[in-house]
Design a protein around this ligand. Sequence first.
Ligand SMILES: *Cc1c(COP(=O)(O)O)cnc(C)c1O
Length: 386
Amino acid sequence: MSDKFGFATKALHIGQPVEKEFNSVVPPIYMTTTYKQDTPGEPKVYDYTRSGNPNFGFLEETLASLENAKFATIFSSGLGGVTSILSRLQPGERVISIDDVYGGTFRLMKNTFLGQHIDAVFGDINDEGWVKSELAKGARLIWIESPTNPLLTLADIEKLAALAHEHNAELVVDNTFASSYFQSPLSLGADLVLHSCTKYIGGHSDIVGGCVATNSKEWKDHLDYARKAIGFNPSPFDAWLLSRSIKTLAVRMERHQENAWELAKRLSKHPKVKTTIYPGLESHPQHSLAQKQMSGYSGIVSVIFNTDLQETKKLIASFKLIKLAESLGAVESLVCHPASMTHASIPRDLRVARGLDDGLIRISVGLEDIEDLWADITSVLDEKGS
Ligand SMILES: *Cc1c(COP(=O)(O)O)cnc(C)c1O
């Protein structure tokens, strides 16, 4: 029945069953680790909460419908989802990844036991020659994010899915930045969609969680098995909170976009700003690809100021409303400085060569009144003598 509904309706009504005993409109939280069996080895539905729980099932139904997927599996974090996907690979199997992949995913693919098990290569995913030459060597997965962090670079999902399939590989799209609301990778040919639910799906800076959606029964079985075998289950309470968060995802995303777009337009005209990066701006080098594969441009704006490292650090620590913090996608606006925070471990030459200037900041634009956000920014930017 979910196919006939729009996104906002699905977010409210799919995976939100009325409870049977008291007809409570909101499903209860099943804080239980185990389930009584009437006959040994024949559980009614669930046997142990690491492998399954009613709140997991409700949330998975909602998330699958929002990603136009048959299945979803939820995890205790986005990285739990990443690990669970990668744990299906055989020794030496290859992953072709974008070079500016999320730092935690990079760490996993390079430095942990998984890095020793698989063969991950990193490069410019928009360089078709490179992707084809890597595919020709044999690969199991192509791994992308679109838009990326923090430069908001896009990758052509439809094209990469076709390329992967021609070479018997599959495409994974980390859809965290766009959210299910603005981008539907499975409909563009991707095989797996990953979210850090910690970001837009949770949306309130209070839950760490993850999910993977797919149309493949083999992948769904593997993901469920991996969660149980490795132990990446969330708590039933967190799953319930995510179900609650999702009810407002559509309205939140509309407002995130509205505020981000307006800030991007104003910032791009400010004399202290060298470059404003937002996929909705015509100046974004991949604006037409954004128009083609996204239904909106989401809520992240990156800005390069005409400032050095020290000045930039001082500048962003001076905002009053916009909080200096890692993470993104929450109702409150957050700002971060990649050169001294998320990307500080990359040597400066390499960092700058990749476009991560000292003056670059990333704003996760929240749901505040736009004039208050703008006043917060201009009070710092227009300060005399700075
Ligand atoms: C935060 C993030 C992750 C990791 O998710 P956690 O919930 O922090 O484990 C993965 N990918 C992207 C793009 C992210 O922003």
